[in-house]
Each structure stands twice: as structure tokens, then as C-alpha cells.
Design a protein around this ligand. Structure first.
Ligand code: ZN
Length: 455
């Protein structure tokens, strides 16, 4: 009796173990996984119906079938349907617009994605994922029209461009140069209009500018800026390095720069200063002068610049300097400003209002002052002996801002004066020329405003 009871309870226990075991197997086996496929459609809420959308399906056990439907007011269109013979854990698909959909007038489209896996879960039915995406249909490219621009641009110089750009979902707007520089544009005068200064870098042999407008749906419009290109020859100077210079100024500078610590050979010191230190200093200048305001610009005027009164120009913009020692080429650099000298510690004045963007030591430039005049135009003052202003200060026409000096890489007391457009050094001579400013800035703005107001 006792023995029989033991036997039957052993049987019950065995059955219970089997049930629990089967349960655990179903629960933990990949055959019975309970995670629905993960559906993801790469999108930002817009579709231009031209560019295929990337769709990925992922599942732990494997996908057995999927279906994609496009739903508009005119009904459903099947975009994709597939029953896989061999289930796949990861599927990458491209969604192309339904045939004939280019003619649809709908502003919205719903994309419905269904995917089913091979899991035996759900009474062998598997896990089903359904995901729906609402997309705004935008097939229209942005509209771009050049309103007015400077007639010509010189190598090393600047030009002004005023244009109109419109799109319901405008996303990005810039002027691209042939060297992949993106110039930012500033809203101008009336809604939909933009203004930008552009620059042809002195080192580049040719120049081309194109207004590029993109919208959220990825539609792109490019409009070429018609500019007459004036190539300018810049001076090439072959300079012989003297021992006096290397052991004097260079040795002095080598003591203060981190880059030349532990370097004793004068020629090596010179090379590091002329290349590495210069590149670092110019990079900082470029960063500071690349900022372009984004508020609506009503007007932009510039008075002729002459930062130093009764000064002599002692070195020009764009001089290509090649340095030699005993006939051997050592290093080279471009002089990206003009050097002006009058007397020691002469007062430097600005002729235009602006905001001080930088007032600090900057390596070769010594005490370096940079003023922002708006529209991405900056003036730079190097080798100063002292400043009258500091960062953030507003400056006004005829205000004294600094005194000349010989800080940094300077032989005698002088002002290194630079003008920059969106981080690019341009010819200061243009901004020091009343006629150039009239033709390229004032007249362009005046007639553009007439065109815009007359529309
Ligand atoms: Zn200079």
C-alpha cells in the first residue's frame, strides 16, 4: 500500500516536471521567442518621392514575411510584399515611391509596414509587428533667384550677393564655392531675401560661387552667381634669411612659443614659427571671424577704412614669401594683410561701428584686435602695443581702439591690418577704396532694394 502510493506520487512528480520543463523550454527557446520584429524607416517626416527611403527589419528568430503599404486619400498601394523561403534576422530594403504617385496631389502619405517572424509563439502564429509612418509629401524644389550681385570679384577679394530663396520647408541655405567653402547668408530687408559677402581666397587660382537651397524633403536647387573673374598677380618674394635675423628675432620668439621649446637649431625654430605657430594663429582668427549674424539685416554701409593716419604701406596683401638660407629653400607663407607704418605707438582708429570680437595675444600677430562689422566682415589689427577696448565692446566711427607696436612677429613698429570675410582674408585695399565700396556694396544694395520693393 505504502509502496503503491510512492509509485503514483513519483508519476505525478514526473509529469509535473515534464510540464514545467516543456513550459521552460517554450519560454526560453528561441523557437518561441516573443519579441516582435523591429521595424525602422529612416525618415525625418518628409518625402520628395524621388529619393528611396531606407527600411530595416530585424528579428531575433527571423522574419518570415513582410508587407509595405502606401496609403493616400486615393487608396492603398502595395509597395513591397515578400514571403521568405529562408527566414532572415536582418533585412535592408529600399522603399521607392508607388508608380504614378508623382501625380498625386496629397500632401500626406501614410506608410504602413507589417512584418511577421518565424517564432512558434502565439499558438504557432508568430509575432507580428505593424508600424505606421505619416510623411509630408514635398516634391517641390526650393525657388532661388539672384536679385543682384557685384559685377566682378578679384582674386583675393570680396563680392556681395543678394538673392531670393523660398520653400515651404526650407532647411538649409548657403553659397558654395568651388573649394567647398560654405558662405552663410543673412536674412535681408524682406522675408525670403538674403544677403552674403563672399570671398575668393588669394591662394586659389579660380573661383566659382553657387547658391544652394535644400528643403526638409531633400529637394535641392543650385543657382550659379554670375561674376566676372579678375585674376590678380600677387608678388612673389624670395627672402634670404640672415644669421642676424635668426639669432635675433627668431631666437627671441622661440623662447616664448610652446612649439619651439627644446628646439635649438635656428632654421628649425624658424620653420616651426613660420608654419606651425602661424597655422595655429590663423586657425584662431578663422574661428573668430567665421561667425555671421542671423538677424534680419535692414541695411549695410561701410565707410572707407584707413586705420592709421598718414601711414606708409610697407608690405602688401597677398605677398607670397619664400624663405631661403644659403640658397636652400626653408619655408614659405602668404602675407594676408597690409602693413602700415607711421610713428611708434601711433593711434589706430576705426571708421566703422562694430563689436570687438577678440583682443588678446595671438602668437605671430602679437597683441591682436579683431572687430566684427556685421555680415561676416571683420577687421584685424596686429602687433599692437596697447588696446583701448576689450571683447564685447561696441566701437564707433572715429574711435581710437589701439596703438601700433611691434609685438609678435614684427621687426619695427607698424600695424598689420587685415580684412576678413567669413574667415577668409581678403584684400584690405578694396575696403580702403571709396569707389570700390560704392560699386560693390552701396550700389548693389540700393538697386536690390528697388527690385525687391517693386515686386
Ligand atoms: Zn603684416
Amino acid at each position: 500500500m505504502r509502496n503503491r502510493k510512492n509509485k503514483s506520487s513519483f508519476g505525478v512528480l514526473l509529469i509535473m516536471l515534464l510540464v514545467v520543463g516543456a513550459g521552460l523550454y517554450v519560454y526560453f527557446s528561441s523557437m518561441f521567442e516573443r519579441n516582435a520584429p523591429v521595424v525602422s524607416l529612416q525618415n525625418n517626416g518628409y518625402w520628395n518621392l524621388r529619393k528611396p527611403l531606407k527600411l530595416t527589419l530585424n528579428d531575433d528568430s527571423g522574419i518570415k514575411s513582410y508587407k509595405v503599404i502606401a496609403r493616400t486619400t486615393s487608396g492603398d498601394t502595395e509597395l513591397l510584399y515578400n514571403q521568405l523561403l529562408v527566414p532572415q534576422k536582418s533585412i535592408n530594403l529600399e522603399l521607392k515611391a508607388p508608380r504614378g504617385s508623382y501625380a498625386i496631389k496629397d500632401k500626406n502619405m501614410q506608410i504602413i509596414v507589417q512584418a511577421q517572424d518565424i517564432s512558434k509563439w502565439n499558438f504557432l502564429k508568430g509575432n507580428i509587428a505593424q508600424k505606421s509612418y505619416k510623411l509630408i509629401i514635398d516634391k517641390k524644389r526650393p525657388q532661388v533667384n539672384i536679385v543682384n550681385n557685384s559685377y566682378k570679384i578679384s582674386r583675393g577679394g570680396a563680392a556681395l550677393v543678394i538673392f531670393n530663396a523660398e520653400d515651404e520647408h526650407l532647411n538649409d541655405l548657403y553659397i558654395e564655392s568651388n573649394h567647398n567653402k560654405h558662405f552663410k547668408a543673412e536674412p535681408f530687408y524682406k522675408k525670403g531675401y538674403y544677403i552674403a559677402l563672399i570671398a575668393w581666397p588669394v591662394e586659389d587660382e579660380t573661383f566659382r560661387a553657387t547658391v544652394v537651397a535644400t528643403d526638409d524633403a531633400g529637394n535641392v536647387t543650385k543657382s550659379y552667381v554670375p561674376l566676372y573673374l579678375k585674376n590678380r598677380k600677387y608678388k612673389l618674394s624670395n627672402i634670404t634669411l640672415s644669421d642676424k635675423f635668426l639669432k635675433g628675432k627668431i631666437a627671441q620668439l622661440a623662447e616664448v612659443f610652446n612649439e619651439t621649446q627644446g628646439v635649438d637649431a635656428p632654421l628649425e625654430q624658424f620653420k616651426i614659427i613660420n608654419e606651425d605657430v602661424r597655422a595655429k594663429n590663423e586657425k584662431l582668427i578663422q574661428k573668430i571671424t567665421s561667425v555671421v549674424p542671423q538677424k534680419m539685416l535692414e541695411n549695410f554701409t561701410m565707410k572707407r577704412m584707413y586705420p592709421l593716419k598718414d601711414a606708409q604701406v610697407v608690405a602688401h596683401f597677398g605677398d607670397h614669401r619664400k624663405y631661403y638660407y644659403h640658397g636652400k629653400f626653408i619655408s614659405q607663407a602668404y602675407h594676408l594683410g597690409i602693413d602700415m607704418a607711421s610713428h611708434a605707438m601711433a593711434p589706430i582708429k576705426t571708421q566703422n561701428s562694430g563689436t570687438v570680437a577678440f583682443a588678446d595675444d595671438n602668437g605671430l600677430y602679437g597683441n591682436n584686435l579683431i572687430i566684427s562689422h556685421g555680415l561676416g566682415l571683420y577687421t584685424l589689427y596686429g602687433h599692437c602695443s596697447s588696446f583701448d577696448v576689450s571683447v564685447g565692446d561696441k566701437v564707433h566711427p572715429r574711435e581710437k581702439i589701439a596703438n601700433t607696436g611691434k609685438t609678435g612677429y614684427a621687426m619695427g613698429d607698424h600695424l598689420h591690418f587685415g580684412t576678413l570675410v567669413q574667415g577668409i582674408e581678403v584684400r584690405p585695399q578694396e575696403w580702403m577704396d571709396k569707389q570700390w565700396i560704392k560699386l560693390n556694396i552701396d550700389d548693389i544694395i540700393k538697386s536690390a532694394k528697388k527690385i525687391i520693393a517693386g515686386k
